[in-house]
Design a protein around this ligand. Structure first.
Ligand code: MN
Length: 335
């Protein structure tokens, strides 16, 4: 028996099972219990699995366009292994009908845990459950990050590429050193580099922007609902700041010089103003592939259609004429 690389073969099968062949999960789970002192019959079973893989090499599972619903299935055989008095339990996540993550436990505790949890009271039927255990959510989150290419069908409205069709250009953008035209009413120009420009950023939680400022140019008060922003000044000087949320509404400001870095926490209203007589340039990193931007003045006074001046006059504690004047302005569509 020593000449037979039994445990090595089972290890390879585990790798195959984790990556693309979920269908051998149960069989590999059984043979992996007998690694310490395998007999001839155990090696035979490994050969059966290898033969099965060989015979089904050219077959694949096809998933249709099911609804984008996340479902979890769980089941346990309640001490199904009479030798070890242990249970095999497991869960499977599917998204849009496609298997995304699964796990099989073989121990004496999982079945007890499952039976205690009211979400999993059904003993013998696989059943979808509406909510996931915290640890399962973490597991799914980690696996999602590890997949590198997005594994779900839609994220923030972006369709995922087939990883096999991806090329280096899906992860590439050029020209961020090119100065941009800032001759507009606010004297600034944002050049975003997010999932719109680089499809490969999808699900990766990061993006970039270049911001050009004319002298006295302003990136007006705005917020990113899905990202914290950190900027570094490359050229010129910037007076920057953000305001904390209700009820203290504290203003944090700083004058930044080249090489200085400043952070705008997620969701808070912030601005950058070039208070110098020369152009300024900053690079911003944002903690989302799709940070979103809400420019305060544009959203409040430039909405389409307009917000009732009754509402805005009351909100800003001013006369309706002031609101009408503001609403009549052209609000430059800054980024
Ligand atoms: Mn910003």
């Amino acid at each position: 028996m020593e000449a037979i690389p039994h445990s090595s073969a089972v290890g390879s099968l585990m790798c195959v099972m984790r990556c693309t062949r979920l269908d051998i999960g149960h069989a590999v789970g059984v043979v992996s219990r007998f690694l310490a002192n395998p007999g001839k019959e155990h090696c035979e079973v490994v050969k059966w699995i290898l033969r099965y893989l060989k015979g089904t090499l050219k077959m694949c599972l096809c998933f249709g366009g099911a609804k984008p619903i996340l479902e979890e299935f769980t089941d346990v055989d309640m001490a199904g292994d009479l030798d070890g008095r242990k249970s095999t339990s497991g869960f499977l996540f599917t998204f849009a009908g496609r298997a995304e993550e699964y796990k099989v436990h073989y121990d004496s505790q999982s079945a007890i845990d499952l039976s205690k949890n009211s979400m999993y009271h059904s003993r013998s039927h696989q059943r979808p459950t509406g909510s996931l255990q915290e640890s399962d959510r973490d597991e799914l989150q980690v696996r999602t990050q590890l997949h590198f290419f997005c594994i779900v069908v839609f994220v923030n409205g972006k369709v995922c590429n087939d990883p096999k069709l991806a090329t280096a250009d899906d992860f590439f953008f050029s020209g961020l050193l090119t100065p941009q035209n800032t001759s507009n009413p606010i004297g600034s120009k944002v050049t975003p580099v997010n999932v719109i420009q680089i499809l490969g950023l999808n699900t990766l939680g990061i993006s970039l922007a270049r911001i050009d400022f004319a002298p006295y140019g302003l990136n007006p008060p705005h917020t990113h609902p899905r990202a914290t922003e950190v900027i570094v000044v490359l050229e010129g000087t910037l007076y920057v700041g953000f305001v904390t949320s209700n009820t203290d509404n504290r203003l944090f400001t700083k004058v930044l010089y080249p090489g200085d870095v400043f952070v705008f926490p997620q969701g808070l209203i912030h601005f950058q103003f070039n208070n110098g007589k020369t152009n300024a340039v900053a690079l911003a990193a944002l903690s989302s592939q799709n940070p979103g931007t809400i420019t305060v003045a544009n959203a409040v006074f430039g909405s389409n259609p307009r917000i009732s001046d009754d509402v805005l006059a009351k909100a800003f504690q001013v006369d309706k004429k002031v609101v009408d004047y503001l609403q009549a302005q052209f609000w430059w569509p800054s980024n």
